[in-house]
Design a protein around this ligand. Structure first.
Ligand SMILES: Nc1nc2c(ncn2[C@@H]2O[C@H](COP(=O)(O)OP(=O)(O)OP(=O)(O)O)[C@@H](O)[C@H]2O)c(=O)[nH]1
Length: 160
């Protein structure tokens, strides 16, 4: 089974799921300080609709590079769906992960994307609680992302 999404070269959803979401065998020490970030490009459909699918694909590649560049080596980045990404940060904390999101947002703001496209992202953050299944933490991060979208996009929400 392939681990990677061919376009972005990031881990694909299936592999990320297998590693973390469906795997309840993690020991507690490995789980200490695990945080999840869900990231979704804002109004990505408009980019496809106005500039075409090929430009959309280039943007997805470039955003993926930004994410890989911003994270630590121990963090795991995956393409979750169309224009949605997930980062799993290990041995981290909410303040550290929130500052990671700010760094990513700043880098995306400054990045010279194909066709001079300007874009922003929305972020949803959650920290794995003691004895919490990864799936529940993931759902909390996803709800936080939904809030960031609903509140106007280009922002980060944390589920505390
Ligand atoms: N170019 C390209 N587009 C994709 C790919 N996968 C999904 N998409 C597009 O991503 C777009 C997602 O659109 P929406 O879910 O409406 O989200 P959005 O326009 O980003 O709006 P918000 O998320 O609400 O800010 C759709 O137009 C999909 O066709 C892909 O691999 N390449």
């Amino acid at each position: 089974m392939t681990r990677y999404n061919p376009l972005t070269k990031l881990y694909n959803r299936h592999y990320f799921n297998r590693l973390f979401i469906n795997n309840e065998q993690h020991d507690q020490s490995a789980e200490a300080g695990m945080c999840l970030v869900m990231i979704d490009i804002d109004y990505f459909k408009d980019i496809n609709d106005t500039l075409g699918h090929n430009v959309g694909d280039r943007i997805l590649e470039q955003v993926s590079q930004v994410l890989q560049h911003c994270v630590r080596e121990s963090d795991v980045v995956a393409r979750w769906g169309g224009e949605e990404f997930v980062i799993l940060c290990q041995q981290s904390s909410l303040p550290l992960v929130e500052s990671l999101c700010v760094r990513i947002a700043e880098r995306i703001k400054r990045y010279q994307f194909t066709d001079n496209v300007q874009l922003t992202c929305s972020f949803g953050v959650a920290k794995l609680a003691d004895n919490e299944p990864m799936m529940l933490c993931f759902e909390r991060a996803d709800r936080a992302l939904y809030r960031a979208k609903a509140q106007g996009r280009n922002q980060m929400c944390t589920d505390k």
